[in-house]
Design a protein around this ligand. Structure first.
Ligand code: JEE
Length: 240
């Protein structure tokens, strides 16, 4: 999978080299390229923002650098109007507090693509025409990491790359853990323990030492349901 990231803070993404995904990159499963939006400015101050039409607080990202960056990275607009939803068209993702919420289902959808382009906004966001223009180059998604306010798209994109990257074949070391994840989907995970069996006066639940695999599976499932009921009742309501 090819991933392009456009940001005014490309150094944010340096940590991708040291995480789990660093291995995927060196193994050739993931080709991540990070670009500085200011490379597509032409004025002395490499300006990427301006005041909002209609007034209001803060600054808005200018459309021109974004247009040039997207042309170069996502390919120029195809003469064929159908091309943006073709199999080779990239998925262009803009993190936004006003986007659809990013979930494991979103990660799964994105993990099936061959080319993702992430556009990281800053300030109060990006001129709305950039999103419309991006639709001529690929399939566009505005995605929010969750219902809280960040200062820009970078942290959200980092989370999305990690969530998508670990679904690519050959990235998570143990494919069994992905199988188990899909098994108990929709429930919180069960509690985990390792050695020693007693630590600071606290014992590991006896059933886990019993060797009774049926009893262990039943106990873990029960723990999952109870934790979900207490912490995330929204996950138990079928229609939500
Ligand atoms: C992209 C700029 C900062 C702060 C105005 C008005 C918004 C933009 N889950 C998530 N939270 N925030 C983001 C996110 C934030 C971004 C950008 C993503 C680009 N910013 C910014 C404040 C505002 N506020 C009242 O409603 C809330 C706009 C994000 C993701 N993904």
């Amino acid at each position: 999978m090819r991933i392009d990231v456009v940001s005014i803070f490309p150094a944010f993404f340096d940590v991708l080299d040291v995480s789990l995904l660093g291995k995927a990159r060196s193994a050739g499963i993931l080709d991540v390229r990070v670009h500085d939006l200011r490379d597509w400015t032409h004025d002395r101050h490499r300006t990427v923002d301006d005041t909002p039409y209609g007034g209001g607080a803060g600054m808005v990202m200018k459309p021109e650098p974004w247009g040039l960056a997207l042309d170069e990275i996502a390919g120029p607009p195809a003469p064929d109007a159908a091309a943006p939803d073709g199999p080779d068209a990239p998925i262009i993702i803009f993190p936004s507090p006003a986007g659809e919420v990013f979930t494991q289902a979103t990660a799964r959808e994105l993990s099936g693509a061959s080319h993702l382009v992430f556009g990281c906004g800053r300030y109060e966001g990006i001129d709305e025409r950039v999103f419309e223009y991006a639709k001529t180059l690929g399939s566009v998604r505005l995605v929010s990491l969750g219902d809280y306010v960040l200062n820009g798209g970078e942290v959200a994109v980092m989370a999305m790359i990690e969530a998508v990257g670990r679904l690519l074949p050959g990235v998570v070391g143990n494919p069994e853990s992905l199988v188990e994840e899909s098994h108990e989907e929709g429930l919180l995970e069960y509690p985990s323990y390792t050695k020693p069996s007693t630590w600071r006066g606290r014992d590991v639940p006896e059933v886990l030492l019993s060797g009774n695999h049926g009893a262990i599976a039943a106990w873990r499932h029960e723990q999952q349901v109870e934790r979900t009921r207490v912490r995330r009742p929204d996950l138990l309501r079928e229609t939500d």
